[in-house]
Write a protein that binds this ligand. Sequence first.
Ligand code: GMT
Length: 374
Amino acid sequence: MRMPAIGITCYPDQGGSGVVATELGLNLARHGCEVHFITSSLPFRLRSYGKNIFFHKVEMPEYPVFRNSPYTLSLATAMHDVALHHNLDILHVHYAIPHAAAAFLAREMMKPTPLKVITTLHGTDITLVGQEPSFFPITRFLIEQSDAVTTVSSFLKEETKKVFGVGDDIEVIPNFVDPRVFKPRQDDELRERLAPGGEKLILHASNFRKVKNVPAVVKVFGLLRRDHDVRLLLVGDGPEMSEVQGLVEQHELENDVVFLGQSDHLEDILPVADVLLLPSRHESFGLVALEAMACAVVPVMTSIGGASEFINDGHNGFLRDPDDIEGMAEAIGTLLDHDNQRQNMAEDARRDATMDFGASCIMRQYLELYEKLI
Ligand code: GMT
């Protein structure tokens, strides 16, 4: 059988949906699929062009009559163009708004040549953006019009069904991690630089949006710092950054908080941490927690959302309510005080992440879906 040719669209900048889409494309290409990334710029994790990988930049012309360049139309045109010239079988879009709309248009333009549309819902496209009154009906329409819809957790599937009243046939295909990239690694030099006094390290990584609840990270750290030798590493950037910086100053934590900015190589930093803290308001999955687990770093994470689908509270990590500052501090304190317990949990975390959510295992699910569709 000919391997399918697939067009992949995602937001190319920092963010879990872009990471999943890019890693999926890279893995599919290794399996022999022809993969065409159709995005507004190079996806940040697309660092090299292997065999079978192509990149098509969506051009967005500026005209004085437009207040904003119509991204959706430019994307639909690019998708149609690539589908036509490269005989695409499938357009696989990540994050519904507006990517599923562009794919819908491209599929209409291709008729009668068949072109299947798969929409992968990642999180806020359903839990926040899709529920805005101005996006609600079109999000529901696009879910119904896609040839297949996947969600990254059962939580997100149930949320989609509850809110939009559609999606019984949604397939759950969880986030995944490449255990050859995200793995335990001893880097004494980096550790020495980040924790010169031999302190323990707590790490938070996100795009610093409201939903990530980063002020809670600072508050939990403030409590812990009272009776632990510990430092906080903040990785990423985003709209909440100045509020977070203000909070760090207000709590007089400047000397023990390290702002590392955005990193395209999280796999280099994650393994030096002792604990990952992700207290999001909700998280449909929480990819960075899975990546941390693969590096044998224990996650302490929000209980709201899909995290319980890969974190077994008290065994390979901890789940806490995002407002439970003391509960999170207590869980981390236990880990910092008991090295043996932390190491045992870290081993379980690595095993569970790589066995159940390893790239090759999840890739099979996507390939089966593609085969079913074409
Ligand atoms: O929905 C978002 O917030 C955007 C998206 C992203 O691009 O970071 O994050 C979502 O997709 C990730 C990959 O599937 C999931 O791991 C994140 O949990 C999810 N974010 C939320 O649900 C808040």
